[in-house]
Structure formats: C-alpha cells, structure tokens
Design a protein around this ligand. Structure first.
Ligand code: NAP
Length: 268
C-alpha cells in the first residue's frame, strides 16, 4: 500500500493537532502530500513548514469549520480547482461532549453530529466515485472505543462514533473487491486535548491513556493490512469483546460511573 500512496495526496481533517497532525507526520515520512483541514490556520501552517523541511512534503492548508453544512463541498471544490487527486482520505476531525443531557447545549450537540457524522459521510461519498473510477484509493475513518456501546453522559458522541464505525465497516465490505480500502480505527483514551474540549478536564491525569504516535502507527499498519476495523491497544480490544458478553442494560449502566457529574452535597 505505501508504494501506491507515495507521492500521492491525502486529505486529513482535524490536522491542526492531536491524532490528525500525527497522521500527517507519519504519512509524510512515507512520501505523501497533504490537504490539511481544520479551523486553526497557524497550527496547520507550522505543521506544513515542519513537513516541508523534514520530508519535502507539499501541503495545502484549508481553514474550515466542517460542522458548517456547505464546507465539505467547498473544500472539495478548492482541491479540484488545484488539480489535486485525493488518494487517501483521513476523516479524523471530531470532538466529544461530556455532561448530563439536559445541561448540554443543543447547538453544540448538533455541531458535533454535523462534524462527526455528516462531514465524514459527505467527504467519503463525494470522493468515492473518483477513487472507484481510478480503481484505487483508501479511506481511514477515526471512530472510537465508545462506538461499541452506549455511553451514559456521552450519549450523542458515542452514538456518532457508532455511525462512523458501522458506516465504515459496511463500506469496507462493499468496496474491498473494487480496489478501495476502508478502515475504521477505534482509539480508546489517547493523550490529546480531546477530554479537555469534551468537558472532562483532568481525565488524562486519572486514567490510563495511549500516546498519539503509538495509536497512529498501529492504525496505519491496520490500514496497510486492509483491516475492516482496528482497536489500538490490547486492553481496549478486550473491552470490545467484553461488552458482547454482558446484557445491553448492564453495559450502559456500567458506563455511568465514568462520566456521572459529581453533585454538590445537599445542604441540611
Ligand atoms: N483522544 C481520544 O481519547 C480519542 C478517543 C477516541 C476517538 N478519538 C477521536 O479522534 C479524533 C481526533 O481527536 P483528537 O483526540 O486528536 O482530539 P484533538 O486534539 O482535540 O483534535 C481534534 C481535531 O479536530 C479538529 N476539529 C474540531 N472541530 C472541528 C471543526 N468544527 N471543523 C474542522 N476541524 C475541527 C481540531 O482542529 P481545530 O480546533 O483547529 O478546528 C483538531 O485538529 C476525533 O474524531 C475524536 O473523536 C479521540
């Protein structure tokens, strides 16, 4: 696969930091060029400069809020106008929301759904016909360990990642005989800004977490092996098996202890 992808272009969403930036770093060392997409221009420009110096990588930076409905199409128009053909799509941009449903801002939930689900689905569907016409291409969709079960106090996020997992696995099966690889990657807790942004600050200090370089390295191996789904870390993988043996009510009940907000003690 890496021979096929060397000197080709990858579109990486959420490329300003965290897993997305690391995907770009590790793919750059394999000779790929990038369209980097996220909202923070400076971070992406710094990454582009780093990759150019280290690997001679060409990068196009597109600033975009992918939760805006017209943005996926605008990005693809810009890419087409520059004559770039995308050989690898990494749908990585995403965020989570932790909190009680009634205390959660509904507009933020809808933005998350548009980013995690709609943008992922739209970029995939719009890039697929070209890949099929050429007879090759690859898509790596970043789902989550939370995709395997409902998660109390993180319900909409976990459900959005279940969409990404099921969507990707179905496409994997549909497309594998037609030259296209689709791999869903389902990380567990990983050292990025994810939990701070989701509303669970300090989470990484209290829980075991994997490093981004490990998660990305293993995920790219899974892509090269044309895996349907990959869960980085054997403990995380075991968890995905465990939830299959427990009842659904038990599984979701167990999830309550992770994110249940602590209420102040009632005054006497
Ligand atoms: N870290 C974990 O424990 C973990 C576990 C499972 C799954 N994941 C998944 O991994 C993916 C990457 O997250 P991360 O852990 O690397 O977190 P992160 O460091 O917060 O990175 C998130 C990336 O998404 C981009 N992004 C957020 N909102 C966006 C928007 N509206 N439009 C465009 N880009 C947007 C951010 O860039 P800007 O802010 O510059 O836009 C950033 O580059 C996400 O899909 C997340 O759900 C993470």
């Amino acid at each position: 696969m890496w021979k096929q992808l060397a000197n080709q272009w990858a579109l990486v969403t959420g490329a300003s930091t965290g897993l997305g930036a690391e995907f770009a770093r590790q793919l750059a060392s394999r000779g790929m060029h990038f369209v980097l997409v996220a909202r923070r221009r400076e971070l992406m420009e710094a990454l582009a400069a780093e990759l150019l110096t280290q690997h001679g990588t060409r990068c196009i930076v597109i600033v975009s809020d992918l939760s805006e409905p017209d943005e996926p199409q605008r990005i693809l128009n810009e890419i087409a106008a520059q004559g770039i053909v995308i050989e690898l799509l990494v749908n990585n941009a995403g965020f989570g929301i932790v909190g009680e449903a009634d205390a959660t801002d509904v507009d933020r939930v809808l933005n998350m759904i548009r980013l995690n689900i709609s943008a992922t689905a739209e970029l995939t569907h719009r890039l697929l016909p070209g890949m099929l016409e050429r007879g090759h291409g690859a898509i790596l969709n970043v789902s989550s360990l939370s995709a395997f079960q409902p998660v109390a106090y993180m319900g909409a996020y976990a459900a959005s990642k279940a969409f990404v997992l099921h969507f990707s696995e179905a496409l994997h099966c549909e497309l594998k005989e037609r030259g296209i690889t689709v791999t869903a990657v389902c990380p567990g807790v990983t050292r990025t800004a994810f939990f701070d942004i989701a509303g669970a600050p300090g989470w990484l200090q209290k829980h075991a977490a994997l490093d981004v370089d490990f998660v990305v390295k293993q995920s790219l191996k899974a892509l090269a092996r044309r895996r349907q789904c990959y869960v980085p870390g054997w403990r995380n993988f075991l968890l995905t098996l465990l939830v299959r043996f427990a009842t659904r009510s038990r599984v979701v009940k167990e999830s309550m202890r992770f994110f249940k907000p602590k209420r102040p003690p009632k005054s006497p």
